[in-house]
Design a protein around this ligand. Sequence first.
Ligand code: FES
Ligand code: FES
Length: 152
Amino acid sequence: MQLTIDGTTHDLEVEPEMPLLWVLRDELGFKGVKYGCGIAQCGACTVQIDGQAVRSCQVRAGDVWGPVTTVHGLGTPKALHAVQAAWVEHQVAQCGYCQSGQITAAAALLSEVSQPSDEDIDNAMSGNLCRCGTYPRIRAAVKTAAQKMQEG
Ligand code: FES
Ligand code: FES
């Protein structure tokens, strides 16, 4: 099958039942996409499919319906995505394990809602758990990113 990931199309010989998370990490080496629980409980594995935040542990490779964007494809160290830059500014990460999922979910939110309220952020991101409790910094960083994106 073919999957387009971060702008590159890959020819893959994998079973259609294989979860996308496994394809990304084990077949293609996208280790920034994290395995947390494997059962839809933590959000660490979040990627975007066609701009929508999804849990890659719960999507079968054969069911992927559009281009996939991972945290690797959002920005580069020299050209950070506005969300990544805001994350740095607010020093959001603690242990870091949940953060690629958080950033990917936040970027998907901001592509839908340009100026999210606290409630919007909580509704969109409540499935992304952080055992380090970085939620206040996540909220602040999402708002900074929203402002920067609006300023262009
Ligand atoms: S690893 Fe997918 S939700 Fe936890
Ligand atoms: S920063 Fe440690 S789990 Fe979120």
